[in-house]
Design a protein around this ligand. Structure first.
Ligand SMILES: Nc1ncnc2c1ncn2[C@@H]1O[C@H](COP(=O)(O)OP(=O)(O)O)[C@@H](O)[C@H]1O
Ligand SMILES: N[C@@H](CCC(=O)OP(=O)(O)O)C(=O)O
Length: 366
């Protein structure tokens, strides 16, 4: 059966601490991906390594820290990276394509739709899309920075079955094993709780960026989008196939959720909330388990100055955010009717819909 699989390779797997591309590793990963491709899987690659590949060529002594230097390094390195992959895939008769994306592209529905259509056509033509962040145009505030999150968004957008995040560690441990060799590996995670989040530390190498934390955040996004995730090591021949088959050297993050329509992905992953609504326990239950809309009666507090049609976060009484939705009221209108019954609400404000957030415009995020 053809499955869609997104594979993410981090800088630490492709380059050395001194920078420069490790062509042998690229050749190895290309052969691993080619074996999935030959089995009929629809493979997409999200690869880092542009900055690490480029800085040595420019003559910088170490991985640059300043944004314009990083961007210059990426501009040089991205071309080297693509050249290396295209050559490596050509050995297997596979054509590869370059796609560069930014976070801003994801928040613009037309742009991301175009990117998706391009990827769909490439997959149809049996071409492997190779995706990286467009470092030259991404502004600092809006940068993915690491590619973990980008890979999760690509996996959700393409409704992939699996996301394989390849790194230099064979999975998630109870602590960073570089700091504590006694740390114990976690084989399976079914829900990413705050306790799981706390285990993860930052990058382990000087070329890596996000560390384990950004990988777990990515797994969380993937799982919400109905994608099973794996974080681990692919080092020897056949490791990638094992990772995909459930026998890999890493940690599995299984999900019971189904893929999300683009509209819900936009709401959950890309929209920028303009305020916050706190609700009572009954409303939490109605939204989380009843599949119901949020009515004014369940609202206890609001924050922010938002308009009807804006996206807001919804939090419980403990202050934990558990979802987002599009509001049908202005902040002022909700203030006037919070806690009131439908009849009272109709008497006091003139709104097009009685629901503060309709269930079709809601996404649970936990
Ligand atoms: N709890 C943990 N379990 C495993 N690795 C961890 C943990 N916390 C931090 N790390 C570090 O995360 C690193 C991988 O992230 P990173 O260096 O950003 O790699 P990449 O370039 O592959 O994205 C590992 O080398 C490891 O040192
Ligand atoms: N877009 C950047 C990615 C930066 C980076 O180091 O990411 P990662 O190795 O995935 O933590 C690059 O190609 O250099």
């Amino acid at each position: 059966m053809t499955e869609r699989i997104v594979v993410k390779i981090g800088s630490s797997s492709l380059t050395s601490e001194e920078g420069g591309l490790n062509r042998e590793r690229i050749g190895f990963f290309a052969s691993e991906l080619a074996s999935l491709y030959r089995r009929g899987e629809a493979v997409m690659l999200v690869t880092s390594g542009a900055v690490a590949a480029g800085f040595r060529q420019i003559g910088y002594a170490a991985k640059p820290k300043l944004l314009h230097e990083k961007q210059a390094a990426a501009a040089v390195g991205q071309a080297l990276l693509m050249q290396a992959y295209q050559e490596a895939f050509a050995r297997y008769g596979i054509v590869a394509a370059q796609i560069l994306l930014t976070r801003a592209d994801f928040s613009n529905r037309r742009r991301i739709h175009n990117a998706l259509m391009t990827i769909e056509e490439l997959l149809k033509q049996k071409i492997i899309p190779i995706i990286n962040e467009n470092d030259t145009v991404a502004t600092d505030e809006l940068k993915f920075g690491d590619n973990d999150n980008l890979s999760a968004l690509v996996a959700a957008m393409t409704k992939s079955a699996k996301l394989v995040i390849i790194t230099d560690m064979d999975g998630l441990y109870t602590e960073d094993p570089r700091k504590n060799p006694q740390a114990v590996k976690i084989e399976r995670v079914e829900q990413i709780s705050e306790d799981i989040m706390k285990l993860a530390g930052g990058a382990g190498s000087t070329v890596g960026t996000g560390g384990m934390r950004s990988k777990i955040e990515a797994a969380r996004v993937a799982m919400r989008g109905g994608v099973h995730a794996f974080i681990g090591k692919v080092q020897q021949e056949g490791d990638l196939a094992l990772a995909v088959e459930g026998r890999g050297r890493g940690t599995y993050f299984d999900t019971k959720l189904h893929s999300l329509p683009m509209k819900k992905q936009w709401l959950g992953f890309h929209s920028v909330p303009q305020g916050k609504i706190t609700v009572d326990d009954g409303a939490v239950l109605a939204l989380l388990e009843g599949g119901k809309s949020l009515l004014p009666a369940g609202v206890t507090a609001i924050e922010g100055d938002f308009h009807s049609g804006d996206v807001v976060e919804v939090t419980n009484r403990q202050g934990e955010t558990f979802g987002r939705g599009v509001v049908n009221y202005t902040a002022e209108q909700i203030q006037a009717v919070a806690g009131l019954s439908r009849e009272e609400v109709r008497r006091r404000v003139d709104v097009s819909r009685i629901e503060v957030i309709h269930r079709d415009e809601w996404i649970t995020l936990k």
